[in-house]
Design a protein around this ligand. Sequence first.
Ligand SMILES: Cc1cc2nc3c(=O)[nH]c(=O)nc-3n(C[C@H](O)[C@H](O)[C@H](O)COP(=O)(O)OP(=O)(O)OC[C@H]3O[C@@H](n4cnc5c(N)ncnc54)[C@H](O)[C@@H]3O)c2cc1C
Length: 308
Amino acid sequence: MEERLRENLRNLTSNPVQWDCPLAPFTTFGVGGPAEAIITVESSVELSSLLKFFAANDLQWRLIGKGSNLLVSDEGFAGVVLVFGKALSGITHLERAVSGEICLRVGAGCSLARLLSWCMDRGYAGLEFAAGIPGSFGGAVVMNAGAWRGEVADVISSLNTLSLSSGEEILSRRELDFRYRLWHNQGAGNARRLVLSGDICLQQGEKEAIQSKCRKYLQQRKEKQPKGHKNAGSFFKNPAGDSAGRLIEASGLKGKSCGGAMVSPVHANFLVNTGMATANDVQQLMQIVIEKVKEDSGVKLLPEVHFL
Ligand SMILES: Cc1cc2nc3c(=O)[nH]c(=O)nc-3n(C[C@H](O)[C@H](O)[C@H](O)COP(=O)(O)OP(=O)(O)OC[C@H]3O[C@@H](n4cnc5c(N)ncnc54)[C@H](O)[C@@H]3O)c2cc1C
């Protein structure tokens, strides 16, 4: 980016711009090269100005959450990566609670773990499925994150979004098309909607019962998921009526390695970074898995992980 543009960008942001910043620490995989710039955004007004600036100057950009579902290429990203700061990460009660429902507004930058613990402290039930899912609330909406037959779509009542072409929009639950690990109507290009916050509805429950359910889910994760190696959770989506992990294991790929990337011997749908993996290692391993599973079972696995 030319110095003139860098200077203009500095003037648009409330936080200092981090130039040529490694992205690996912004992801749970811990791989990938640098972004030309990383900006922590603190308001919708700031975000809107940035999107206009990027469009006017033909600059690439991407908003990320906590990077727990993201594989960044070894070349990094020749553009600006945006993350949400504290001011876009709050949790507030909404007045319009009816019939015992608890309604909250959650900033997209809030971590799911913080949201869950905040709700648990107050005995608010409905989010227990999220125990142990890393990531931000915004990322969880985009991914329709879920586990144990629960998913983010179950608790959302509306979203506050921003896109370059439509500005800020409030979308009611009826307008939101959530599918398996996907919010379908996010849009693309200038119409791509970014989640600023979401309203969720929960029920008043018993603190002890909520804690015990979360503990049980966390224990099951501990038993079934790999420990000690960086990863991005389930790498592939489960095909309808089957599980990606079962298919990968049936193809004899548990423990298969490519450089520093390995199919976890504990759970076959986890591709893990054994320490020195590159993004290229992970991508090569992904291809091997896709091809072998297709050959053996006829099923084409699709990545759940997003790419940058
Ligand atoms: C150990 C482990 C266990 C996991 N277990 C589960 C599980 O049980 N269930 C499950 O569903 N997932 C699971 N995941 C995956 C991951 O945690 C979820 O998908 C999570 O919701 C991603 O949130 P994030 O903030 O990290 O998103 P990121 O990885 O940062 O981003 C994901 C995508 O969302 C986009 N995005 C992020 N924020 C916004 C926003 N505000 N507006 C618009 N777009 C945005 C990004 O550009 C990217 O395309 C697991 C991951 C790990 C590492």
